[in-house]
Design a protein around this ligand. Structure first.
Ligand SMILES: Cc1ncc(COP(=O)(O)O)c(C=O)c1O
Length: 383
């Protein structure tokens, strides 16, 4: 740390320099992120509540009310009547809390969790931290978890099974309805990781039956991760964890002797009230109609992109379910490097040998058109 403080102008100049190094969503070049430019109202709300701490809610009852209202909104979207939940640091913490609750509830020796091969790596981290053995279930031809593989892996040590509603690589939605039946028949906890899809699927007008049924309407579903800082257009950090009912909270309770509340249920102690205010402000400003419009925009562009990629001779790994397109050509890794060389931030997925494009709200039709133009040029040069 410097000995003497700098004047504000100098500090701001340094900050501007660093900010300039960061990529901007508005440039339409970021095609590999599950986050996006926050709504202007989210940024405003975050600023207004920048000193508020949800970890000490007796001091910030207004912020706590906003968090409760955000959770109520999410619960209503996911058809949970008696849900308990919190805004947390992200999908990682949400998944960790869900598996902690499942492990403590089951209270068995050598606990195991059945994870789809496509599960987000945050669940692997959670298993490592919680001393859970992660058992991998295979996928079917459409990259959804194979329910018979899940069932085969359930034994007396299984504390939870997990399904994903919107996988990170392909946006696939696991057959949560069938997982729910399995969970009920074996008496195991089902957690749904809808960190990405949870704020998309409820707004899809033409969702197929399989996608539509992923939430608390299914009796086996005990908890759902749903992140406002992904498709919820809010500021980072804002993950969300919802539990079917308040009784599950007993498995997460930690006494907090010197605070204005007597216990906490999240890992993170000091939690940003700004995140609750920001998510609340987006929900109020956009309403259901605003979210539907945003999702329609992303899905429309995804379909356009998918169809143009096929016309250009590329193969789709799967027809997109949500707003993610994954495709491959003859040398896909090289193609991804060439695209990055032209300033397109795409991700290459070695496991599937594909390029993955996440069509977030910051992408406009003109960005997709420019991307396809560059792709055509590269293809013409090297294939
Ligand atoms: C399906 C899914 N679950 C969990 C996570 C982890 O979320 P976070 O990075 O907010 O911790 C992600 C991140 O992209 C995700 O796609």
């Amino acid at each position: 740390m410097r000995t003497k403080g700098l004047n504000r102008k100098a500090v701001l100049a340094e900050l501007a320099k660093a900010r300039e190094q960061d990529l901007k969503y508005a440039d339409g070049r970021i095609l590999c992120s599950m986050c996006t430019e926050p709504h202007p109202m989210a940024k405003k709300a975050q600023q207004l509540f920048s000193s508020s701490n949800l970890g000490d809610p007796g001091l910030f009852p207004g912020s706590q009310r906003l968090e409760k209202e955000v959770i109520k909104n999410l619960a209503a979207l996911l058809n949970g009547e008696n849900c308990a939940g919190f805004l947390v640091s992200g999908g990682t913490e949400a998944n960790l809390l869900a598996l902690l609750a499942a492990r403590n509830r089951a209270n068995v020796s050598n606990p195991e969790v059945v994870l789809p091969e496509s599960a987000h790596f945050s669940l692997t981290k959670a298993c490592k931290l919680l001393g859970l053995k992660a058992v991998q279930a295979s996928l079917d031809d459409s990259f959804r978890v194979d329910v018979s593989s899940v069932e085969q892996h359930i034994n007396k040590h299984t504390v939870a099974i997990v399904g994903t509603a919107g996988t990170s690589e392909l946006g696939a939605v696991d057959p949560i309805g069938k997982l729910s039946e399995i969970a009920l028949s074996h008496g195991v906890y089902l957690h749904v990781d809808a960190a990405f899809g949870g704020l998309i699927i409820p707004f899809l007008k033409d969702a197929g039956e399989d996608e539509a049924a992923f939430d608390f309407r299914l009796e086996g579903v005990q908890s759902i991760t749903v992140d406002p800082h992904k498709m919820g257009l809010t500021t980072i950090p804002a993950g969300g964890i919802l539990f079917r009912d308040h009784a599950i909270l007993d498995y997460l309770r930690t006494e907090t002797p010197y605070l204005t509340e007597d216990c906490q249920h999240t890992f993170v102690g000091t939690r940003p009230g700004g995140s609750a205010a920001a998510a609340w402000a987006v929900f109020q400003t956009l309403g259901r109609e605003g979210f539907e419009k945003t999702v329609k925009h992303c899905i429309g562009l995804t379909r356009l992109l998918a169809s143009e990629l096929k016309t250009l001779g590329f193969t789709l790994v799967a027809e997109p379910t949500l707003n993610i397109v994954a495709f491959r050509g003859s040398d896909t890794n090289m193609l991804s490097e060439k695209l990055r060389g032209r300033g397109w931030l795409v991700s290459y997925v070695p496991r599937l040998d594909c390029i993955r494009l996440v069509v977030m709200p910051h992408l406009k039709r003109r960005h997709v058109a420019a991307f396809l133009e560059d792709l055509k040029t590269i293809k013409g040069e090297s294939f």
